[in-house]
Every structure is written in structure tokens, then in C-alpha cells.
Design a binder for this molecule. Sequence first.
Ligand code: ZN
Length: 263
Amino acid sequence: MKHHLIYASCLSLMIFLAACAPVPPSLGPNGEVRLNSGSSSLNSRGVSEFAKLKNQKKISTNRAYRAQLSRVGQRLVRANQLPGNQWEFVVFEDSTPNAFALPGGKIGVHTGLFPITKNDAGLAAVIGHEIAHITSNHAGTRIQQQQGLALGGLVLDSILQSRGGTDSSRAAVGGLYGAGASVGYALPNSRKHELEADKIGAIFMARAGYHPEEAIALWQRFAAYSRKSGSRTPEWLSTHPVDTTRIRSLRAFLPVALKEYKR
Ligand SMILES: [Zn+2]
């Protein structure tokens, strides 16, 4: 019995340590990009979520948009020799300017985004950014943080129990943790991940022959759109706030990305 207890506590310690193991940065100081395709279980979850979305949402029949997305997406994948993923780029019929990425190499773009991306380079900036979220395993990192929160919730719950907390007080605390930890398939990205995806995305587009300065122009168009749309800020902009810090950070990174620019 005692052995079982020791084993159980070692196991939970191991799980705890694994959850806390530092992830090497996806972007080195000189612009080196480290690819991390994430766990196979997370990737297959992403793939099945995307299959569900394709059943639920209307897929666009706009030939020009579909051809542009396929051209830009494939060029980014080839130029960056991105391995280990079943890359798929789908245009969804939806007027809100939105794009999203799911683990396993699945990227969706709404028809409403194209008037803002305007040209191939503008679209490459968005797709490069979304690919960077996938190749940096940002979703995996977020979920790891979520598991940390869930663990915190459990620990808190058991402390309340041992102190004789009532069922309703436990439920209230548990609910609070749940609300803080729960996110949908579109995981809101942390500011750190956003800036990282911008930089890696700029490198990806430069290697594919799109001038990285076009990324700054794209974010400026987004900022203008954001100002115009006022309180009706679309989902993508609420998880991707465009501000001067963001544009300044990308501009400062431009010389690094330009070294990778292939005409
Ligand atoms: Zn993002």
C-alpha cells in the first residue's frame, strides 16, 4: 500500500515536472527558426476539429480567393521546407475578416479577410503568422498552461474539502477556475506568442520571396480597419490587437527578416 502511495506521488511529480519543462524558444536571437510540430495527439485533435468546421461552415466557391490562398500557402510551405504536417488551406464563406490555425497544419481564412490582405504578399503575412503559431506549437504551450490551471483548481478544491468547505463553495471556486481556464478551439494567443508569430511569419514570407515590409503594410491596413469598425471588432482582431507596439516590434525585426529575403 505504501509503495503504491510513493509510486503515485512520484508519478504526479513526474507529470508536474514534465508540464513545467522549459520549451526552447522558437526564434533564436539571429532569426534562427526552430520548428516544433507538437504532439501527435494534439495534431490529430486539430485535424478532427478542422474536419468538423468544414462540415459546419460554408466553404467558399470564390475561385480567385481559393487560387490565391492555395498559391501563397503552398509557396510558404515549400520555401520553408515545413515538415510533419498535412498542410491544408481552406477559404470559408464568412464576411468577418478572420483567419485561424489548428494544430496539424490546418489553416482557415474567411472571405472577409481578402479585401484587407489585398495582394499575395499581404495574404502571405497573415498565413506566415498562422503557420508560425503551428510550427511553434503555441497551442500546445497554451494547453500546457491550461493543465497547470486545472491542476491548481484541483489542489484548491481538495484544500477546501479538508477544511470542511461546503459543496457550494467548492463548486464556486471550481467554476471560477474553469471559467479562467476554458477556451474554445480558437485559443486566444498570448502577447508573447503574437509577437513571436509576427517575426517568424516575416521570416517565412521573406524566404518565400515576399518582401517582409509588406507585413507592416498589412498590419497598418488592419489597424485602419480596426479603427473604422469601432466596437464591432471582429474576433480575429480582438485576439490579435494591432497597435503601435506590435508594428514597431515588427519594424525593428525587419533587418533580420530581410537577410532571408529571396527575390
Ligand atoms: Zn496570432
